[in-house]
Design a binder for this molecule. Structure first.
Ligand code: CTP
Length: 397
């Protein structure tokens, strides 16, 4: 997504400047044309030569360079995106006041490009009402912020925000800002992922092999398209995607309660979870002792979450279900789409190599209420997530 994009990387003077070098490198590697703009104090922390070597382009820092007249205006208007990282308290104060006393502030004042700021400062400075008022003023003016994060500051550990977000986080937010023009921008997307677990006794469970990877990739991709994303996740070993809120559940009952609560506000529900279909009828309160011979556990069916919550469905919303089948997947998927009152169903055949649970890849067909199924080759789950969201965007009113 960065190929051919023109990004201004504004750098103001704080110790987090060393992380801006990584950001410059990542953006350049990803194919963006990066113009680094340093304030005078930034150049005290990291020499302009470093950014020049990383971006392969001259660094801009003075309004008074011969031949550079009006370049602050041109750059602020031509760029696809301006990222200021770190944005110090001083830079934020100057920008909020509309000062234009160096190249970076002049460029910010003359900009028409979207701007993402990554504040970084001492935690006291960040908490000051003056700084908060400056941030609010910039926000009202259309600036978007990432961080600051909580964690170690130059002067020691802190429980309060002040530390600049990590380059990967800034990059993800920058990507979202660039892409946030589609139909999912500003929409509420709820994604369920992973297995559920049903207790046999306090230490043993009935579950399935779902890894949660497909749902996590859908949540990540939806957030990058500008959606406000909630991921309702069963027990999995995956980190939360950047920007996505996660609500953890254990059993199918808990999943159902969470979906019921969240569905009312959801413009899109993607049910990628693999809820356990059966639970032990009488889970034991104490650990069952090992017994000789066979063990029979009476089981009862769990509720169908999609069916049980369809009364909570928001009018005009889009519901996506999954069908993991073994053999004759398309026909079974189509029947499931109708039975579960879905708008879209993502069908895969568990018997095909590389598809289904635990893999990083999937081979799917996507079927809507009308039209022919779209059949895709074996792809990464991230690519599949994008196809699913393309279909969702087409279906959304
Ligand atoms: N699903 C659900 N509640 C359940 C089981 C599944 O809401 N208790 C959802 C899944 O998240 C998925 C869709 O229903 O989006 C289809 O799941 P699948 O396991 O294929 O369907 P089942 O309802 O179990 O149907 P069958 O056993 O007949 O294949």
């Amino acid at each position: 997504m960065w190929a051919g994009r023109h990004v201004i990387l504004g750098v103001s003077g704080g110790i987090a400047c060393y992380k801006s070098c990584i950001l410059a490198r990542r953006l350049t590697e990803a194919g963006a044309r990066v113009d680094a703009v340093l304030t005078r104090s930034a150049a005290e922390f990291v020499r302009p030569l470093t950014f020049e070597a990383l971006t392969g382009r001259p660094v801009l820092s003075s309004l008074w360079e011969p031949g550079g007249a009006l370049s602050h205006v041109r750059l602020g208007q031509d760029a696809d995106l301006i990222v200021v990282a770190p944005a110090t308290a001083n830079l934020i104060a100057r920008a909020a006041q509309g000062l234009a006393d160096d190249f970076l502030t002049a460029l910010l004042l003359a900009r028409s490009a979207p701007v993402l700021l990554a504040p970084a400062m001492n935690d006291e400075m960040y908490a000051r009402p003056e700084t908060q008022a400056n941030l609010e003023r910039l926000r009202v003016g259309g600036a978007v912020f990432v961080g600051p994060a909580v964690g170690a500051l130059a002067e020691g550990p802190s429980e309060r925000p002040g530390r600049m977000s990590e380059p990967e986080t800034i990059l993800a937010h920058a990507g979202r800002l660039l892409r946030s023009k589609g139909r999912l921008a500003g929409r509420r997307v709820v994604v369920t992922a992973g297995p559920t677990r049903e207790s046999i006794d306090p230490v043993r469970v009935v579950s399935n092999r779902s890894s949660g990877k497909m749902g996590y990739r859908v949540a990540e991709a939806a957030w990058e398209r500008g959606a406000d994303v909630l991921l309702i996740s069963g027990p999995v070993a995956l980190p939360a995607p950047i920007g996505v809120s996660v609500r953890r559940v254990e059993s199918t009952r808990e999943l159902e309660a969470a979906v019921r609560e969240e569905r009312r506000g959801a413009d899109v529900l993607v049910m990628a979870a693999a809820p356990a279909d059966f639970r032990p009828s009488n889970p034991s309160e104490n650990k069952r002792a090992r017994t000789d011979g066979a063990l029979a556990i009476p089981m009862e069916p769990t509720d169908d979450v999609l069916g049980a919550t369809c009364g909570e469905r928001k009018p005009g919303s889009v519901t996506v279900g999954f069908a993991l089948e073994t053999g004759d997947a398309l026909a079974k998927g189509k029947a499931k789409l109708e039975r579960k009152d879905l708008d879209l169903i993502v069908i895969n055949d568990a018997l095909e190599p590389g598809a289904g649970f635990e893999h990083d890849t999937n081979r799917v067909a996507i079927l809507g209420r009308k039209g022919n199924p779209r059949i895709y080759p074996l792809q990464s789950k991230r690519e599949v997530a994008n196809h699913i969201l393309d279909a969702v965007e087409e279906t959304l009113e």
